[in-house]
Design a protein around this ligand. Structure first.
Ligand SMILES: CSCCC(=O)C(=O)COP(=O)(O)O
Ligand SMILES: [Zn+2]
Length: 208
């Protein structure tokens, strides 16, 4: 067991309480992880209610998603977490939620959702002013998570390099959002910022 595991598990348990309080992890939805070292992460066990996690509901997998303890079953979406840590060395924590706003908006458009003109865009790296926009990728939902991750890798390969060029998050159509950051407090801030903007976008549509 990694020396970093207890703190990572505590951060994941607390994130679950916060996400549940905000209504973003209904039923057993959502999954969370923290990078432990250059080859392992702590991730939620599959099928648990994320508002009532204990450290026993957190386990260790490697960057291929292989469990350290084969008796435990990690999140069904573990390979999406692994895909983020493999691609983005700066990623230290990953959050996934199923909010009403991210679910409805992900079903409403095409391959990306543009967020523009919001002060809270500053939660994303490389966007020092609100006078900017983010094209958040919206990928198709797929029960084959390895195939979904291959699609994400192809998408990221096609994006320009550089600070802020690849947004630290994406939506899965009709499913939810993924967000990552260097640590869990920053990941929560990005998730809260993103969800605030999605809620605004949803409410703006109802005014039209
Ligand atoms: C009941 S939600 C369906 C699975 C899902 O999308 C999710 O986020 C939770 O799956 P996990 O295996 O991580 O508990
Ligand atoms: Zn999910």
């Amino acid at each position: 067991m990694s020396a970093a595991f207890p703190a990572a598990a505590a951060a994941i348990v607390a994130a679950g309480r916060r996400m549940d309080a905000l209504g973003w992890v209904p039923a057993t939805a959502g999954n969370f992880s923290v990078r432990l070292d250059d080859r392992r992460l702590a991730v939620t066990v599959s099928g648990r209610h994320k508002g009532f996690l204990t450290p026993d509901d957190v386990m260790v997998v490697d960057l291929d998603g292989v469990a350290e303890n084969p008796a435990q079953r990690s999140s069904a979406e573990t390979l999406l977490h692994c895909g983020i840590y493999r691609r983005f060395p700066e990623a230290g924590a990953v959050l996934h939620g199923h909010s009403i706003a991210n679910t409805v908006l992900s079903r409403a458009g095409g391959p990306s959702l543009t967020l523009a003109g919001y002060e809270l865009l500053k939660v994303f790296p490389g966007l020092p002013t609100h006078d900017a926009s983010v094209d958040l990728p919206v990928v198709e939902n797929d029960q084959d998570i390895a195939r979904m991750q291959r699609g994400l890798d192809a998408l990221w390969d096609a994006m320009p390099e550089g600070m802020g060029a690849i947004p630290p998050g994406y939506l899965i159509r009709g499913h939810g959002s993924y967000v990552w950051a260097p640590d869990m407090p920053m990941a929560l801030a990005r998730m809260e910022g993103l969800e605030f903007m999605l809620r605004c976008a949803l409410e703006e549509r109802s005014l039209r």
